[in-house]
Ligand binder design. Structure first.
Ligand SMILES: C[S@@+](CC[C@H](N)C(=O)[O-])C[C@H]1O[C@@H](n2cnc3c(N)ncnc32)[C@H](O)[C@@H]1O
Length: 220
């Protein structure tokens, strides 16, 4: 994700601020797809880790403008289903337009908070693509995995801080990510909260260490 969009950004506060995220994404929505264009290969790589097949039900956590929907929809086919939840009404409106434009009947979307939005499970797979605030939102992961089948496949990608020997470059990482998350808390190992649900989360580095991809299965 590029810097350049307005926003006060993460401030190191421990908890995400949903109100601020809503306000900031109201400003980002129109330019969001352009800002995310250069991370499309990472999105594809992350979705491939879900090993989706025809008939699967997949949850797209904090789906934004629905940029992942075409790849998810293609993988699950007409017999599967894709469900997204998105906090920002402006981002969600673009996702709805995408669904309507393609005439997909098996892609659904709710505007709401991942910690409380009703989830039409059970899901076979869950995608967390650049969802740092959700990973840090109390109760969100319990809610999400409460709607997943045991053994559900999970894939996650997002930004992370560089290791200590590259620490000076983290000024750039923080500035780049500030418009897109309301807390930097846990950004040195952002996948950690997921390990409670996916204890054998595999992981690899991406974007020269400024991002990560993780995958595994939900074990309850
Ligand atoms: C960086 S964007 C990523 C969007 C999408 N996953 C993608 O890959 O393009 C982060 C999204 O998380 C949403 N978000 C933040 N907190 C949320 C919450 N508690 N529940 C649902 N969505 C949330 C924001 O509104 C924003 O659309």
């Amino acid at each position: 994700m590029n810097a350049g969009a307005p926003g006060s950004g993460g401030d190191g506060g421990a908890r995400p601020d949903a109100g601020r995220a809503r306000r900031e994404y109201a400003l980002h929505a129109a330019g969001y797809d352009r800002s995310a264009a250069r991370t499309m290969p990472l999105r594809r790589r992350t979705i491939e880790r879900l090993r989706l097949g025809p008939g699967d039900a997949v949850l797209d956590v904090a789906c934004g403008t629905g940029l992942s929907f075409p790849m998810l929809r293609q993988a699950v086919g007409a017999s599967g289903r894709v469900h997204g939840v998105e906090l920002s009404p402006e981002m969600a409106a673009l996702a709805r337009a995408r669904v309507a434009g393609h005439g997909w009947r098996n892609a659904t979307l709710d505007v709401g908070d991942m910690a409380s939005s009703p989830l039409p499970g059970p899901f076979d797979a869950v995608l967390f693509h650049f969802t740092h605030d959700v990973l840090r939102t109390p109760g969100a992961l319990d809610h999400i995995f409460g709607a997943c089948r045991p053994g559900a496949r999970v894939a996650v990608a997002g930004s992370k801080l560089l290791p200590w020997w590259l620490a000076p470059l983290n000024v750039w990482v923080r500035r780049n990510n500030a418009p897109y998350m309301t807390t930097f808390d846990g950004l040195e190992a952002p996948w950690r909260p997921l390990e409670r649900f996916v204890p054998r989360l595999a992981r690899e580095s991406a974007l020269w260490g400024a991002a990560y991809v993780g995958w595994g299965r939900y074990e309850r």
